[in-house]
Design a binder for this molecule. Structure first.
Ligand code: 0L1
Ligand code: MG
Length: 255
């Protein structure tokens, strides 16, 4: 089997070139989830070495629908860098991605460190602000097809995010209506409750899962809680927007 560093170079280069690659598990059927997280860490370390800054964590596979789709019982996590940030109301250049899809999310901004096993109350006390957000997921694998180790190695498909205005942490985010619209027409409708039953559970899981890899959620970090509906494949000419009950909206134009 190719070494983990070699596989990290493959996924990193695919992301940089916006080029689809075969699933790693095709040639490496024994790739474990643990190998995959090591590949993810190595590939993101290459981005950091090129000057990108870590800004937090994304949680993925947080809805029942996605867990069933990928055949897993637990969420997965990935690493966010500043290069993934897109301007609110700005442009998503489709050619910079392989086959981008947008999904509606809730994002937390932290004011306190969270690491390892924390309670929901501790997690809530660590939140500085909440905001509506859309994540751009862009699997680097051909046809957006992957097994669990593939997608984890590929930084859980993370490739971009657009964040709306920050709101006070007191807003109850447990069951907020979320509408993803395309050119003003509702396309996906859901609730924040689809995110592990409550987005705060996702923050608790992010602290626990990242600590398993020796990392902490630091003050100033953001945590993307996970998709609330199916993701929408972006097409040139679309304005994709999200409206979240009590939180406000966010939008992006696909060119
Ligand atoms: O953020 C997500 O839930 C995506 C995780 C990876 C699976 C996918 O690309 O749909
Ligand atoms: Mg997501």
């Amino acid at each position: 089997m190719a070494g983990l560093e070699e596989l990290a170079v493959i996924v990193d280069e695919a992301q940089r070139a916006a080029r689809a690659i075969p699933q790693l598990t095709k040639d490496h059927p024994d790739l474990s989830v643990s190998d995959a997280y090591a590949i993810q860490a190595l590939s993101v370390a290459r981005r950091i070495a090129r000057g990108e800054k870590r800004i937090g964590v994304k949680m993925g596979l947080t809805s029942r629908a996605k867990m069933i789709q990928v055949g897993v019982e637990e969420a997965a996590w990935g690493r966010l860098t500043d290069a993934m940030l897109l301007e609110e109301g700005g442009v998503l250049k489709k050619s910079a991605f392989v086959h981008p899809r947008l999904e509606p999310e809730i994002v937390f901004l932290l004011k306190k460190r969270l690491s390892g096993k924390v309670s929901a109350l501790e997690a809530m006390a660590a939140v500085e602000a909440v905001a509506p957000a859309m994540e751009v997921i862009d699997s680097r694998y051909e046809n957006f097809k992957f097994a669990l180790p593939d997608v984890i190695a590929d930084n859980t498909s993370s490739s971009g995010l657009v964040i709306g205005a920050w709101r006070p942490p007191e807003i109850d985010v447990s069951n907020l209506g979320m509408v993803l619209s395309v050119n003003g027409r509702p396309k996906e409708i859901g609730s924040s409750a689809a995110i592990l039953g409550h987005p705060l559970r996702s923050l608790v899981a992010a602290a626990r899962m990242s600590a398993e890899w020796g990392e902490a959620l630091e003050p100033g970090h953001i945590v993307m809680a996970g998709g609330a509906t199916a993701a929408h494949p972006a097409s040139i000419g679309e304005t994709i927007s999200l409206e979240v009950q009590n939180l406000g909206g966010v939008s992006i134009n696909v060119e």
